[in-house]
Design a protein around this ligand. Structure first.
Ligand code: ADP
Ligand code: MG
Length: 308
């Protein structure tokens, strides 16, 4: 198959079609319409084999996760997904691989009503770059730089599961399916992001580990935080396989959660009608103060490689 046949057969097959796409795949560029009263939110992320996913990952999971990480960035902005482009570099045109890749990609695209409107196809080491676009209303966007002293800090669902799955894979140990799912098929928190944009002060999606990503909010907002690590939400799948100290370490420093960390003023906690946990507070003291049941948190695991 040549390049154009591949594009036609695999990438131009999406079931959804949006009326705001005036020109999609097939011309030199796409043309879309942004609703008059809304703003465009744009993000891009590259996934490289061996770096962002194991070389032997299933094509379905690669397709799914490449879009998921971009949708997660839109979620952290409180945006509603609309369109995406795909720049794909492949070592060879393998039919089965392309079919599975597209199945994973479109399985996630469908429920979020995000349409593939263009891209590029080149030969080389496997690499996937997606640019995702969405909308927000002016003044309702979720940013990193608006956390205020006194805000409560929350995270959605549970943390550390994906990092444990990756650590087990690296050790060639059996990974429970629920944990593997958290690593390979993260659910972007679009619906929660859309709710948060009405009242949260700051938000970020957790891709590099809670401690590192919360630090971005603190730096951009010029504030500090006190976190009690004993309150971090941990799944039973995680705690069943780790000591408490390891579980906390995965939750604090493991990556690939794709949950949201956000700060809200205390008088809005009644609006939190989704799974989330308060883990601390924003302070004026510009540093991240980690506590364990109120006492200073110390661990010999800092900088420690799990299951070395
Ligand atoms: P050009 O000749 O301008 O480089 P291409 O041959 O790269 O254009 O692409 C032809 C059309 O197919 C364009 O509309 C482009 O956006 C689309 N396209 C190319 N690769 C992909 C892809 N991987 N996914 C979706 N659309 C693609
Ligand atoms: Mg062209």
């Amino acid at each position: 198959m040549n390049e154009f046949q591949i594009i036609q057969q695999y990438f131009n097959q999406q079931k959804i079609s949006r009326s705001d796409v005036l020109l999609g795949i097939g011309d030199d560029a796409a043309i879309v319409t942004v609703p008059k009263d809304q703003q465009l939110v744009i993000t891009t992320d590259t996934c490289i084999a061996g770096t962002h996913f194991p070389n032997d990952s299933a094509a379905f999971d690669i397709g799914y996760k490449s879009l998921a990480v971009n949708l997660s960035d839109l979620a952290a902005m409180g945006a509603t997904p609309a369109w995406f482009t795909l720049a794909l570099t492949l070592p060879n045109a393998d039919d089965d691989w392309l079919k599975e890749f597209c199945r994973g990609l479109f399985e996630l695209a469908h429920p979020y009503h995000i349409q593939l409107i263009g891209g590029d196809l080149t030969r080389g080491a496997l690499s996937i770059t997606i640019q995702a676009m969405g909308f927000t209303h002016p003044n309702e966007v979720l940013r990193r730089d608006k956390a205020m002293v006194g805000d409560l800090i929350y995270v959605t669902h549970t943390l550390g599961d994906a990092a444990l799955a990756l650590a087990l894979l690296k050790k060639q140990q059996v990974v429970p399916p629920a944990l593997l799912n958290r690593l390979n098929r993260p659910e972007p928190q679009i619906d929660i992001g859309k709710k948060l944009r009405h009242f949260a002060h700051a938000a970020i999606d957790i891709s590099d580990g809670l401690a590192a990503d919360l630090q971005h909010i603190l730096e951009r907002s010029e504030v500090g935080a006190i976190i009690d690590v004993a309150t971090l939400p941990l799944s039973h799948d995680l705690t069943a396989l780790t000591t408490e100290e390891e579980a906390i370490h995965f939750a604090l420093t493991g990556g690939d959660d794709y949950e949201l960390c956000f700060t809200i003023p205390e008088n809005h906690i009644h609006q939190l009608d989704f799974p989330c946990t308060c883990i601390g507070k924003i302070t004026a003291h510009k540093q991240l103060d980690l506590r364990y049941h109120g006492h200073p948190y110390t661990t010999k695991l800092l900088g420690y490689q799990h299951f070395k």
